[in-house]
Design a protein around this ligand. Structure first.
Ligand SMILES: C[S@@+](CC[C@H](N)C(=O)[O-])C[C@H]1O[C@@H](n2cnc3c(N)ncnc32)[C@H](O)[C@@H]1O
Length: 207
């Protein structure tokens, strides 16, 4: 069952800021700074779309973006965002179903990959991977456990909460790093946020 954040769209950002302060924003702003001018960017699971405004502050024009979001409510909020002179095509569907050309220089998955079971992550990963050009860059932000007890408590709480409200299927974190390694991606840059509970990683595709 797909993780659809429809029911949480109206409070998602407020709750995230309450729990994590600016960390969720900072983890993503770190990644979008990698985007180069006039590039083609695929954003998957952007939520309410605030990231579009952050991207447009860095690149007021010239980007060619596709924004894929499964939740209709999240999508409605995203479409109201100020995108400056950039181009955005909005696709309200699961990325697995989106019919897109493999033309992207960057793909951005902000706190998306950690919502899936190992098996479904494989399907999701492949459907995004095939859209990224050779030598393209995958910007991935996700939660991780680095051995601190409070991370585990927060993670369990999130999984239970979002399972009830949004059908999130994962009950433990899938091995995201292994997917990138198995698919010949090279980790070029990374940074931890919120006591390393959040990891922002920049991967280069080599095949
Ligand atoms: C945990 S939320 C993160 C939202 C946003 N990136 C943020 O950090 O504020 C994950 C988002 O991915 C969307 N999503 C989940 N599965 C998806 C899929 N298969 N294709 C596209 N979007 C998906 C959900 O609807 C939700 O908005």
């Amino acid at each position: 069952m797909a993780a659809n954040f429809n029911n949480s769209a109206w409070f998602y950002d407020q709750l995230a800021r309450l729990v994590y302060g600016r960390a969720l924003v900072n983890a993503q702003v770190y990644l979008i700074q990698q985007i180069t001018e006039n590039s083609k960017v695929l954003i998957v699971g952007g939520g309410t779309g605030w990231i579009l405004e952050q991207i447009s502050m860095i690149h007021p024009e010239g980007l060619d973006m596709v924004y894929v979001e499964i939740s209709a409510n999240m999508m409605a909020l995203s479409q109201k965002r100020n995108i400056g002179g950039n181009k955005v095509v909005f696709v309200n569907d699961a990325i697995e179903n989106a019919d897109l050309l493999p033309c992207f220089d960057f793909v951005f998955t902000p706190f998306l990959l950690d919502n899936f079971t190992e098996e479904n992550l494989g399907i999701l990963f492949n459907s995004i991977d095939k859209l990224l050009k050779k030598d393209g860059t995958w910007l991935s932000a996700s939660f991780q456990l680095t051995g601190k007890w409070w991370q585990w408590v927060l993670l369990k709480t999130m999984f239970v909460f979002f399972r009830l409200i949004c059908n999130v299927e994962a009950s433990k974190l899938p091995d995201i790093g292994r997917r990138f390694a198995d698919n010949e991606y090279t980790l070029v840059k990374q940074k931890g946020f919120f006591g390393n509970f959040m990891a922002s990683r920049v991967y280069k595709k080599s095949i």
